[in-house]
Design a protein around this ligand. Structure first.
Ligand code: BGC
Length: 764
């Protein structure tokens, strides 16, 4: 049904294709001749001009056309959820669809845009959205791994690269950043976020938005950010995806909401609701979240998209009897766009015509969506993101691969290194074993966009290149299948003839991500037995772990000399690991999430409250204190933890004053020295503890961090500023303010950092 069209790289070409009608509607028909070849110059950035264009278009739209803008449908072939097979072409051609997701590539986005523009009455361009979670084609480490780098500029840069690739493939809108704070490693989507801490999560959320949106939404190398999943999705009960969340408002505001606010403050103009019900009201019908918090308190002016069919899921959530009621609830709560749900398209016109819902909401929602399209320049050139030549040139650039490798290096966390087992000697003969040592697909992790296994370099390939083929004896050992010990003999034989074993173990990529939750956090299949067999050879054993969540590592730690947590390190995972293992680079990652000793400790996180009967960490179990009979309260590895091949020392730590006035600032200074024999990076972490408050206070809270690269023997001055606003917390009446009182300050390389001083926040 599409008519053949020439290539449209220029404004003139776009005008031939029917966009001219849309331009005319917007009063843009007479563009200055000088700008004819520079489409971006014609894209309005003045809010008043944008609003005028949007109002002019809105005035010409029928009710059905307006509702069409609220409808988003997925491509049938790349669906990311359960899908209905409908006639998409007919729907798009009739103007009954404002946005599509999962349409991939310059050619396909162009094809669908042509359908929208050639046939629909008002020729409003489509907006193409896609999950750009940790890269588009160049895949960066899984998000939880990126968070372990604590390298905010590098994370921002990864999104800049992802945006450059995705936007060249026709994608104008990324369903990211995912900013859900997660304290439960059973939840498969913990891999997609930045871990357990709100302060770190806010810094990363803002960096991702800056990276996606780069120098402005009028540019062709940016994608519009969509912060998700609003809200508290990471708190699903029992770590089971889509499950209920019960989060007191004080915790919601203190822990779960701030990263959303940070993303919006950084410029995110779209928000995706979460699947879960929050305190009895599913997020897709939650006017407290969408109206009160988002729009009234935060002044959000963008638009809200549902999650995949989450409006129709109000029926199984038991708050809507049928689709019509689901429509009414979601619309009234403030969900603007219906992702793949077909609810708005089926019921909204009837509800508005019968006066059951107000049409004022509709104009607000449609305007916000049209505004995004105007800002993206789609009315000037609807094909500006669909240029196959640019698409080809944008992917996997050497500088992008380099950035992916560096971020992979920085994201790996050294959790154990006894007797200098790492780094490997350059002359070592290595037995490289395990189901993940040569698996390119697993390197990419879940939600890997258009990443291809064929682009990814495994550790086997990279280590062989580094050490030489005669120094690497590879044996898979086992797959992930229970009972598969078929490769044990070959693996043990390889270990016997080598100096050291490197076992690359963990979870296959599909063990994390949406819907992939676990109750056991162990190494699946026969991997524990393989590790024991390798250990029994008496050779030093180094474990490299790939996984999307904290695992319970007691047995693994007991059977290895060194352990490097690599998460899913991405396209350049192998070369990054080879550099780390051979000491070309020192590990510098720090855990963004606590590793439990046992599943029974979950949820376990560093910034917990003390309780009225605190069990001291350094003492044996005391009866009638808050503890377990069988496992200590302490984690296997605390938040912020990570070793290096070199060593660091903090000294001369001081506070500028013992008091902090309400209108003042306090400086914490110290010296950080690399006291070891190799270059390396340390992440200096500043924590505070308020000793008393009107509501219970956490044992520690992260308030600052610096990632510092130091050559061996080098030292640097650290300085952190603390203002009363940094000490603010949510009170019982939901106000957020600092409270006078006494504070302890801790500075060091992890969340167990020693106390370096105290101060008093003075009353006003
Ligand atoms: C996920 C979202 C994602 C959407 C579109 C949903 O199932 O929860 O995170 O953006 O699908 O793929």
């Amino acid at each position: 049904m599409t008519r053949p069209l020439p290539r449209f790289g220029t404004l003139r070409a776009a005008l031939r294709c029917g966009a001219i009608a849309a331009l005319a509607l917007l009063g843009l028909s007479a563009l200055p001749a000088a700008r004819a070849t520079d489409a971006s110059a014609a894209i309005p950035t003045d809010p008043a001009v944008i609003d005028a264009q949007v109002s002019s278009l809105l005035a010409q739209m029928t009710l059905e056309e307006k509702i069409g803008q609220l409808v988003q449908v997925s491509s049938l072939s790349n669906a990311t959820g359960p899908i209905e097979r409908t006639n998409l072409e007919e729907q798009v051609a009739s103007g009954q669809c404002g946005s599509m997701l999962n349409i991939i590539g310059a050619a396909d986005t162009r094809k669908w845009q042509e359908i929208a523009l050639s046939h629909s009455r008002l020729k409003i361009p489509l907006l193409f959205g896609y999950d750009v979670i940790h890269g588009y084609r160049t895949i960066f480490p899984m998000n939880l791994g990126q968070a372990a780098s604590w390298d905010i500029p590098a994370i921002e840069q990864s999104e800049r690269i992802a945006a450059t690739e995705a936007s060249a493939a026709g994608i104008q809108w990324a369903f990211a950043p995912m900013v859900d704070i997660a304290r439960d490693p059973r939840w498969g989507r913990i891999a997609e976020g930045s871990g357990e801490d709100t302060f770190l999560g806010c810094a990363i959320a803002a960096a991702r938005v800056r990276g996606f949106q780069g120098g402005g939404l009028d540019r062709t190398d940016t994608v519009m950010a969509c912060v998700k999943h609003f809200a508290a999705y990471g708190a699903v009960q029992a770590g089971r995806d889509y499950n209920t969340t019960d989060v007191p408002e004080i915790t919601l505001r203190q822990v779960y909401l701030p990263p959303f606010k940070a993303a919006i403050d950084a410029g995110a103009q779209t928000v995706m609701v979460a699947f879960n019900d929050l305190n009895g009201v599913p997020c897709s019908a939650n006017s407290f979240l969408l109206d009160q918090v988002l729009r009234r308190e935060w002044g959000f002016k963008g638009f809200v998209v549902s999650d995949w069919k989450s409006i129709s899921q109000l029926i199984p959530h038991t708050i809507a009897a049928d689709g019509r009621q689901a429509c009414l609830l979601a619309y009234n709560a403030g969900v603007d766009m219906d992702m793949e749900g077909r609810i708005y398209q089926t019921y909204l016109a009837g509800l508005i015509r019968s006066g059951k819902v107000s049409s004022a909401h509709l104009d607000r929602a449609v305007s916000a969506i049209l505004r995004a399209k105007v800002e993206r320049g789609l009315f000037v050139d609807p094909y500006r993101f669909s240029d196959p030549a640019r698409e080809k040139a944008a992917m996997l650039r050497p500088s992008s691969l380099e950035a992916a490798r560096v971020l992979a290096e920085e994201s790996c966390v050294l959790l154990k290194n006894d007797a200098g087992a790492l780094p490997l000697a350059r002359t070592a003969h290595v037995a490289l074993v395990g189901p993940l040592a040569d698996s390119a697909r697993d390197l990419l992790g879940s939600w890997a966009g258009q990443g291809r296994a064929s682009d990814a370099v495994t550790l086997r390939t990279a280590l062989t290149k580094t050490l030489g083929a005669d120094h690497v004896a590879y044996a898979e050992g086992c797959s992930f299948k229970p009972g598969d010990r078929s490769g044990f003999d070959a693996a043990v034989a390889a270990a016997r003839k080598s100096d050291v074993v490197v076992a690359v173990l963990g979870e296959p990529w599909y063990f994390s991500g949406e819907g992939n939750c676990r109750t056991h956090l162990d190494l699946p299949g026969e991997q524990p037995a393989l590790l024991r067999a390798l250990r029994a050879t008496g050779k030093p054993v180094v474990v490299v772990l790939m996984n999307g969540r904290p695992l319970v590592l007691g047995d693994t730690l007991a059977n290895c000399d060194a352990l490097l947590e690599a998460w899913y390190p991405g396209t350049q995972g192998g070369p990054a690991l080879a550099k780390l293992l051979t000491g070309a680079v020192s590990p510098s990652g720090k855990l963004p999430v606590t590793f439990p000793r046992d599943v029974g400790q979950i949820p376990i996180f560093y910034n917990h409250m003390t309780t009225g009967r605190p069990q001291p960490d350094d003492q044996p179990r005391i009866q009638y204190k808050s503890n377990y009979l069988d496992v200590p309260n302490t984690p296997q590895f605390p938040f912020g933890y990570g070793l290096s091949y070199t060593s660091f020392a903090f000294s001369n730590a001081r506070l500028s004053s013992p008091t902090l006035p309400m209108n003042g600032a306090l400086t914490v200074t110290a010296t950080l020295a690399n006291t070891g024999s190799r270059d390396g990076a340390e992440v200096a972490q500043l924590y505070i503890r308020q000793l008393w408050g009107s509501v219970t206070r956490p044992v520690r809270e992260l308030k600052g961090f610096r990632r510092v690269m130091l050559r061996k023997g080098e030292s640097t001055a650290l300085s952190f500023t603390l203002r009363p606003s940094d000490l603010a917390f949510v009170h019982s009446d939901m106000t957020n303010a600092p409270e006078p009182g006494r504070f302890e300050v801790f500075l060091g390389g992890d969340s167990k950092a020693p106390k370096i001083g105290e101060f008093t926040l003075l009353p006003r």
